[in-house]
Design a protein around this ligand. Structure first.
Ligand code: SF4
Length: 199
């Protein structure tokens, strides 16, 4: 991809040079300078490239996120451009309209970034730490499973079912995460198991 961009920049520069030189030969030296200044710098220069997977569906298209700011230097990172990863075997650089609009999702004011809880009787959600959220989820799951677990059906056959809780996982995870999630959910006895891609 860098080769492609370099070629594009080269072509822009060469065209500008040709036009400028021609103008210069005709006595338009200032015009030549103004023309060179007017060439827009490539917006992805000096940025951090981070490879990732589109979050929306199970196609799992590869993306490259471009950001300013070096986290290693304690700077705040700001993603300002996202495009398809031309080296990714799934999408070869293409994105559907949803994937092409990922930048809007990243910066959406309504985007959920941390655990929230709405306490009984409250009309609003409040932010809680991951520690609190995970402890609470584990406690509620354990209590519910203890109360509703079905070890055997009415014919006495072992079924080990937990039907009162479901699990919504993510489709855009790694194979390893998906494998671990599946094992945890199924070994707990849950049957209601899905993700946003409905696969
Ligand atoms: S870019 Fe479109 S097709 Fe690809 S993973 Fe995202 S939503 Fe799915």
């Amino acid at each position: 991809m860098n080769m492609e961009l370099s070629r594009r920049r080269f072509m822009v520069g060469a065209s500008a040079g040709l036009a400028g030189t021609t103008l210069g030969a005709l006595g338009f030296g200032e015009l030549e300078q103004a023309y060179a200044i007017a060439i827009r710098p490539f917006k992805l220069t000096n940025t951090t490239e981070t490879r990732n997977t589109c979050t929306y569906c199970a196609v799992g298209c590869g993306i490259i996120m471009y950001s300013h700011g070096d986290l290693k230097k304690g700077e705040k990172s700001e993603i300002f451009h996202i495009e398809g990863d031309a080296d990714h075997p799934t999408n070869r650089g293409t994105l559907c309209p949803k994937g092409a609009a990922l930048l809007d999702m990243v910066h959406a004011e309504t985007r959920l970034k941390y655990p929230m809880v709405r306490k009984p009787g409250s009309d609003k959600f409040e932010r809680v730490s991951w520690e609190v959220a995970l402890d609470r989820i584990a406690r509620l799951m354990k209590d519910d499973r203890d109360k509703n677990f079905i070890a055997k059906n009415s014919d006495g056959v072992t079924v080990n079912r937990w039907l009162s809780t479901g699990f919504l996982a993510a489709s855009a995870t790694t194979n390893e995460t998906a494998w671990a999630t599946y094992k945890v959910v199924r070994s707990a006895g849950m049957l209601a198991f899905d993700n946003q891609a409905r696969v």
